[in-house]
Ligand binder design. Structure first.
Ligand code: PLP
Length: 404
C-alpha cells in the first residue's frame, strides 16, 4: 500500500514504516486477475488446502450449544493449557506447566507478544534468513534492530552455529528462527540446534524464539525443540499453534511456552491488547489435541508426496536452483539465473519482476523472495492439488522459456 500525503500527515511513524505483508499483497493481485476471468493458480498461500478435521468442527458446534460465549481467561482456558502441556510432554519431551503457556490469537500474536515483552528500543534481534515475513516487521514495531543472517543454499539455507556466533554483539537480545522453516522448508536437526545452543550458552543475555508452527509437517522424521537443551531452556520461547498442523488457519489459535516470568509478561501484554482468544476456537483446539495428531500426520503425508512431485517438475525447469525441503509446504528455489533476461522489452531485474511476469504470463501466483530476506529466490507453496501443481509447473516452464 502506498500511503497518500493526507494519510502520511495523520498516521504514526510506526505504521508508516511498517511493510505490507507481501504474501497478502500477492494474494490480492491474484484475486484481481481471477476476477477478470483468468484461470489463476494460486501458489502464494501460506495455508493448508485441507478442511479442518470434522471432529474439531464438531467440538466447536458443541461449545456454542453449551454456552461458551463469554470472555475467556487471558492466557487461555485451563483445559486447553493443560492439553498443550500434555502435548509438549508427549511430542517434545518438554515439561511446561500450564502456567508457563499463553494461548493467543494465532502464533503470530504469540510471536508479537514475546518480542514486545523482550526487546527494548535499540536491541539487536538476530533473524535466521530466509525468514518468515512478519519477524522483521514485528521487531521493528518493538523498535528493535533486525539483524538477518543468511543461511546458504548448499546448507539447505540453514544458518550455522559459526555464523550465529559471528553475528552476536553485546546488544544482541534475541534470536528468532522457524523449523520447519517458512519459506524454505528447512528442518534443523538436533546436532545443529545443539551447536547453536552451545554458542548461546556463552551469551546469557540472549533469548530465543523457536517458531515450531510447522512441527507436524516434517518429512525428515524427528522434530527437535531447542528448549530440550537444559542450559538455555529458560531463555527459550517455544511457539506453536493449530493453523498449519490441524488446518485451522481461520480459527486463530496459537500459543507459546516459556519461563514463568516471560509467560506472565506475555499474559499481561495480551490483557491490554486483545484479551483471550475466541472461546469457541479454544474449545475446538482442545478437542484437536485430545484427538491426537493422526489427522495432522495424514495431511503431512500428502504434503510430502506433493513436495516430491513439485521438486521433480521444478528440476526440469532450466535455471532453477533447488534443494530438498524437509518440512512445511514451501519450496524456495534460487531463480537469479533469469535476472537480466527480457520479455517484450521488459528486463527481469529481480525476483519481484520475475514473480510479476509469472503471474501475468503463466497466471500462477507466487511470492518473491525480497520479503523473506532472499531477493534471489521465489517461494512456491505446494499446499495445492496435484493437478494444480502439475499445471502450474507446466505453465511456468513455458513462460520462462520466452525470456531471452
Ligand atoms: C513461520 C510461521 N510462523 C507463524 C505463522 C503464523 O501462524 P498463525 O496462523 O498461527 O498466526 C506463520 C503463518 O504463515 C508462519 O509461516
Amino acid at each position: 500500500m502506498r500511503e497518500t500525503e493526507e494519510a502520511k500527515a495523520i498516521l504514526s511513524d510506526r505504521i508508516l514504516s511498517l511493510a505490507e505483508s507481501q504474501t497478502i499483497a500477492m494474494a490480492k493481485k491474484a484475486r484481481e486477475l481471477a476476477a477478470k476471468g483468468y484461470d489463476v493458480i494460486n501458489l502464494s498461500f501460506g495455508e493448508p488446502d485441507f478442511q479442518t478435521p470434522q471432529y474439531i468442527k464438531d467440538a466447536a458446534k458443541q461449545a456454542i450449544d453449551e454456552g461458551f460465549t463469554f470472555y475467556t481467561p487471558v492466557p487461555g482456558y485451563p483445559e486447553l493449557r493443560q492439553e498443550i502441556s500434555k502435548k509438549f510432554k508427549r511430542d517434545n519431551n518438554l515439561d511446561y506447566a500450564p502456567e508457563q503457556i499463553v494461548v493467543s490469537t494465532g502464533a503470530k500474536q504469540s510471536i508479537a507478544n514475546a518480542v514486545l515483552c523482550l526487546v527494548n528500543p535499540g536491541d539487536e534481534v538476530i533473524i535466521f534468513s530466509p525468514y518468515w515475513v512478519s519477524y522483521e516487521e514485528i521487531v521493528k514495531l518493538a523498535e528493535g534492530i533486525p539483524v538477518p543472517i543468511m543461511g546458504r543454499l548448499e546448507n539447505d539455507y540453514k544458518v550455522t552455529a559459526e555464523q550465529l556466533e559471528k553475528a552476536i554483539t553485546s546488544n544482541t537480545k534475541l534470536v528468532m528462527y522457524s523449523s520447519p522453516c517458512n519459506p524454505t522448508g528447512a528442518v534443523f536437526e538436533e546436532e545443529e540446534l545443539t551447536a547453536i545452543a552451545r554458542v548461546l550458552e556463552k551469551y546469557p543475555q540472549v533469548h530465543v524464539i523457536a517458531d515450531e508452527i510447522y512441527e507436524y509437517i516434517n518429512f525428515s522424521g524427528k522434530h527437535f525443540s531447542i528448549a530440550n537443551i537444559d542450559s538455555i531452556r529458560d531463555r527459550v520461547v517455544t511457539v506453536n499453534g493449530f493453523s498449519k498442523g490441524y488446518a485451522m488457519t481461520g480459527w486463530r489459535v496459537g500459543y507459546l511456552a516459556a519461563s514463568r516470568e516471560i509467560a506472565a509478561a506475555c499474559d499481561k501484554m495480551q490483557s491490554q491488547i486483545t484479551s483471550g482468544t475466541c472461546s469457541i476456537a479454544q474449545k475446538a483446539a482442545a478437542a484437536a489435541l485430545k484427538g491426537g495428531n493422526a489427522s495432522a500426520l495424514e495431511m503431512a503425508e500428502a504434503y510430502r508426496r506433493r513436495r516430491d512431485l513439485v521438486l521433480d517438475l521444478m528440476n526440469g525447469i532450466p535455471g532453477f536452483k533447488t534443494y530438498l525441503p524437509n518440512g512445511a509446504f514451501y519450496i524456495f528455489p534460487d531463480v537469479s539465473a533469469y535476472f537480466g533476461k527480457q520479455f517484450e522489452g521488459k528486463t527481469m531485474e529481480s525476483a519481484e519482476d520475475l514473480s510479476m511476469f509469472i503471474l501475468s504470463d503463466a497466471h500462477v501466483a507466487v511470492v518473491s523472495g525480497e520479503a523473506f530476506g532472499a531477493p534471489q529466490c521465489i517461494r512456491f507453496s505446494f499446499a495445492a492439488s496435484d493437478e494444480k501443481l502439475v499445471e502450474a509447473m507446466r505453465r511456468i516452464k513455458n513462460s520462462l522459456a520466452k525470456l531471452q
